[in-house]
Design a protein around this ligand. Structure first.
Ligand SMILES: Nc1ncnc2c1ncn2[C@@H]1O[C@H](COP(=O)(O)OP(=O)(O)OP(=O)(O)O)[C@@H](O)[C@H]1O
Length: 240
């Protein structure tokens, strides 16, 4: 089994808080990993490290057996969908423009159309992104992340305020990317039910990793789920 990602003893210390403490786990190629954890658990910090945006970490991150500090080449194999896509409301770009921004090789124009169709946004291709609904916008940013045929897709907690129909579509797209196109997926989510439905592996993160394994194991262990929910609630209350 090829290891898409191998994280070993990863720690990140910010001035005021230790965001990650000795986190280790492996994501095999083809896995669909759901990372669950309360606000402030360190999920974004973990992604920043994996994406080379945060280099001040202790420990080691390997992408297909290569330490990511050796070369930034691995980044073209990763598609990343950020938590909140940042752009101005009146940003003049169209859907096609945004997806094209993801393209590393300009000769792959055809790929844009293909991906727009696959993500059910081809009809929206000339619309300005400021005019889109949350669900449509989410699919645009997934399309942008997929346009280079990445081996690994990383999705940070998807945009909130998405209608149920778009959520279902989002899930079916993720399922298909993983099962048919064999793209390895790492998805951070607050939604336990969704993770249960989609992911075949689960990582519970709250600065330390307190569970990593098959989803079935996690979700069939009532005690573990309860512990997670309680930890998550307490954390939530601290924040509000
Ligand atoms: N650049 C930074 N400098 C200092 N502290 C930071 C920085 N980024 C995050 N933190 C702190 O590190 C901890 C982990 O934050 P992080 O954003 O990684 O968590 P998260 O799990 O992604 O949270 P959320 O679900 O709310 O997005 C938090 O306490 C946060 O305040």
């Amino acid at each position: 089994m090829l290891k898409a990602v191998e994280i070993s003893n990863l720690s990140v210390q910010y001035p005021d808080v230790k965001a990650l403490d000795d986190v280790s786990f492996v994501v095999n190629q083809g896995n669909f990993l759901g990372i669950i954890g309360p606000n402030g658990a360190g999920k974004s910090t973990l992604f920043d490290c994996m994406l080379g945006l945060n280099t001040k970490y202790k420990g080691e991150i390997k992408f297909f057996d290569k330490d990511i500090r050796i070369s930034k080449n691995y980044l073209k194999e990763i598609g990343y969908v950020p938590q909140k896509p940042i752009f101005e409301k009146n940003f003049p770009a169209t859907v096609t423009d945004v997806v094209r921004m993801g393209l590393r090789n300009e000769s792959d124009e055809n790929k844009i159309n293909e991906i727009l169709q696959q993500l059910w946004i081809h009809e929206l291709r000339n619309r300005r992104i400021g005019e889109l609904s949350g669900g449509q916008l989410q699919r645009v940013f997934i399309a942008k992340a997929l346009v280079n045929n990445p081996k690994l897709l990383i999705l940070d907690e998807p945009i909130t305020g998405i209608d149920q129909q778009s959520i279902e579509l989002f899930y079916s797209i993720l399922r298909e990317l993983n099962s048919k196109q064999k793209i390895t997926i790492i998805w951070s989510s607050h939604d336990l039910d969704a993770v249960n439905q989609l992911a075949n592996h689960v990582a519970c993160l709250n600065r330390t990793l307190f569970f990593h394994g098959e989803s079935e194991k996690f979700f069939s262990d009532d005690e573990l789920v309860k512990q997670y929910s309680e930890a998550s609630m307490q954390e939530h209350m601290h924040h509000h």
